[in-house]
Design a binder for this molecule. Structure first.
Ligand SMILES: O=P(O)(O)OC[C@H]1O[C@](O)(COP(=O)(O)O)[C@@H](O)[C@@H]1O
Ligand SMILES: [Mn+2]
Length: 659
């Protein structure tokens, strides 16, 4: 043991070769641990709503405005404060707009000087809770030196003021004022959201999930807890044809096939030709795409009909592929979902729960009633071609790999437990079991196993007949999935049966039980967290605030943050999303009103109106020392102290570098 420690200390001495280096690092780490805890931001269910998400990130869930008010209240008018905020959110465009409205060169110069001075002051305030090295890392390389000079200016030497004025004026006279302000704005945006948790569902329904991922890849410190929709895309990219069929169906339903074709470069031509040739009954309502009224692109009736046919074709392919999986896995207990064999194709009816229902569309040109789950040869070719596209799209894999590298099924972070859906429970409240490869799992072990399956599935994506894909698909719609959390997904019924009672999907008992403090504490304990301190943070189920639902459950032990970034769900929630903030003062939940448009934000300076409510208040301001990072740093300090003792007692000799 002693030998081991010695070895480690010797290694450490390479990084800190002298007593002075060791002491400096101890002082540095101690200083970091005394800083206020960094602000964590939690968001979920982004569902492709890039513009709204981007705005919330840019305004730091309203934090930028708060900081502006803290410094400039009483010194600037609200109009001036709004303008400064808009410059921070959209620097390039807003500055161009302002400059074009000014008449003289003096006015323009005055605007640049004032704005640079104000934004410098604001930025200095925002970064004051971080170490210099952290701030340095967030600086854009182009203006790093100037920004650093201005941010950390030496206020003791008053004659230095002229020096700073001179820097600003020189930059402006060199016509780089806009670039400098923009550089400051990005530093503020970046540091006002210190650590981001994305609690699932980046994909589906909205138009630009790919752009959201690009933004997330652009330098924020973040982690992701996968949602059912993300896992669906991960499954498709791992080679699951059933997941892929669902992905395409949802994109067709929301008129988002561009994501597949344009954003990811996957050709849908084979599906389009196949559906054109086989699906003639194309005016069938449930397959018509939902057209986004704010869409930037015009859509022609012919195109709408084309999408409806593709939707029909891929839905049937989906039901066939899913049927085969269900038959392969009796342990999934999904036999009641084998609906294609419950259809009377001659009569155009279906038997469900002993009752006969008429089908609203009985056109099944590719189904052989004797063998309804068998793909036709043509369908097989289509599936093969589409699958090739999903397995080989470079940009898709770049995004999916990002989800894998930053994501997990659940996360324990600073005493809290984050996951998208649920921990599936039985009616009596016990953890629901699920059999995977003949072994039973429940609670934390089940979520760990699901994650394992997802990772192995992706790793083996080039292998034929790999064993993991069916379990990935199960997580999309199986009753023991921790991401789905319902008894069944009634996609078929929603498309083919008008009686709405057949559309009901019953939620797992978890969604009732999570109102109880004891249940939440039991779950926190199951995951090895202190139930008296931690919270559970969930996404997935839109909180219907409009109908009086409270996002805070079990006396605030559990918080649901799906407030409906998704436009399609805003009518139900009455909101446009939540962000949960956890800073050194405690936890606050921010509700956002709908985001209108970038144009409105830019020209009319309309910000998302956000209201805050306190979830939990710290009695004393929390420092880094009391966080997960603090635990790691404390350990490092202890190691460095041992190294220091080794130097002082002569067990290890300092290596003084030659000058
Ligand atoms: O409203 P849509 O887009 O048709 O989707 C309905 C389906 O989405 C689900 O709610 C799953 O998506 P969410 O994770 O967003 O809830 C299914 O349970 C349901 O069948
Ligand atoms: Mn979800």
């Amino acid at each position: 043991m002693i030998v081991q420690t010695d070895k480690y200390l010797r290694l450490l001495s390479k990084e800190y070769p002298t007593i002075a280096d060791t002491v400096t690092e101890i002082i540095n780490l101690e200083a970091i641990m005394n800083l206020p805890k960094a602000t964590e931001h939690f968001i979920s269910d982004l569902h492709g709503e890039y513009y709204a998400v981007q705005h919330v990130l840019r305004n730091g869930s309203g934090n930028v405005k708060e900081k502006i008010k803290e410094i400039f209240q009483g010194r600037l008018s609200s109009k001036e404060m709004n303008q400064l905020a808009t410059i921070i959110y959209y620097p390039d465009k807003k500055i161009d707009l302002i400059v074009s409205s000014l008449e003289t060169q003096e006015e323009i110069e005055e605007f640049f000087i004032l704005t640079t001075t104000r934004i410098t002051e604001l930025c200095a305030f925002v970064v004051s809770k971080y170490t210099r090295s952290k701030v340095r890392k967030a600086l854009p390389s182009d203006y790093a030196y100037i920004i650093e000079e201005l941010l950390f200016k030496d206020t003791i030497m008053s004659n230095k003021e002229d020096y700073y004025d001179k820097i600003i004026k020189t930059v402006i006279s060199l016509k780089r004022g806009k670039e400098l302000i923009a550089a400051f704005a990005y530093v503020i945006q970046r540091l006002v959201v210190d650590h981001l948790h994305v609690v699932g569902d980046i994909y589906d329904r909205g138009p630009y999930p790919d752009r959201i991922i690009d933004t997330l890849m652009d330098g924020h410190e973040l982690d992701i807890q996968w949602g059912n929709h993300d896992v669906l895309w991960m499954g498709a990219a791992s080679g699951s044809a059933a997941c892929m069929a669902n992905v395409i169906r949802i994109c067709a339903r929301y008129d988002n096939l561009e994501i597949i074709e344009d954003a990811y470069g996957i050709s849908l031509r084979s599906l389009m030709l196949f559906s054109e040739m086989n699906y003639l009954e194309d005016r069938y309502e449930p397959f018509m795409p939902k057209i986004n009224p704010d869409s930037e692109e015009k859509i022609y009736p012919e195109e709408i009909r084309q999408i409806a046919k593709m939707n029909q074709a891929i839905s049937i392919i989906q039901f066939k592929l899913e049927g085969e999986i269900i038959k392969r896995h009796p342990e999934f207990e999904m036999d009641d979902r084998l609906l294609l064999s419950k259809i009377d194709y001659a009569k155009g009816t279906i038997m469900l729960g002993g009752k006969e229902y008429p089908l609203t569309c009985d056109y099944f040109p590719t189904i052989d009633p004797k063998n309804p789950y068998k793909l036709t040869e043509e369908e097989e070719v289509v599936v093969q071609k589409l699958m090739d596209g999903f397995l080989n799209s470079e940009r898709l894999h770049k995004h999916i790999q990002f989800l894998y590298s930053r994501g997990s099924m659940y996360l324990k972070y600073n005493e809290n437990l984050l996951f998208h859906g649920c921990v599936p429970l039985n009616k009596d409240g016990s953890f629901m079991e699920m059999t995977i490869n003949q072994k039973k799992y429940s609670g934390k072990a089940l979520l760990d196993k699901y994650e394992d399956v997802l990772r192995k599935g992706y790793l083996n994506r080039k292998k034929e007949n790999q064993e993991y894909l069916d379990y990935i698909w199960y997580q999309w719609e199986g009753k023991a999935s921790s991401l789905f959390g319902k008894d069944k997904m009634t996609t078929f019924e929603r498309l083919y049966i008008s009686d709405k009672r057949t559309h009901i999907e019953e939620k797992n008992i978890y969604y009732k039980e999570r109102d109880n403090v004891e249940t939440c504490e039991r779950i926190l304990e199951e995951f090895g967290l202190d139930p008296s301190k931690g919270h559970i943070i969930n996404g997935h189920t839109p909180v219907k605030e409009k109908r009086g639902e409270n996002p805070l459950k079990a006396d605030g032990k559990l918080i649901v943050i799906d407030g409906g970034f998704s436009k399609a769900y805003q009518d139900t929630t009455g909101l446009a999303g939540y962000t949960l903030l956890y800073n050194s003062f405690g936890m606050q939940l921010v509700s956002h009103q709908p985001f209108t448009s970038v144009h409105d934000a830019l020209v009319n300076e309309i910000d998302i109106v956000s209201t805050r409510r306190i979830v939990d208040k710290e009695l004393e301001r929390k420092t880094v020392r009391e966080t997960d990072v603090g635990i790691r740093l404390t350990q490092q300090v202890q190691d460095l102290q041992k190294l220091l003792a080794a130097y002082q007692e002569g067990h290890i000799v300092e290596t003084v570098k030659k000058k």
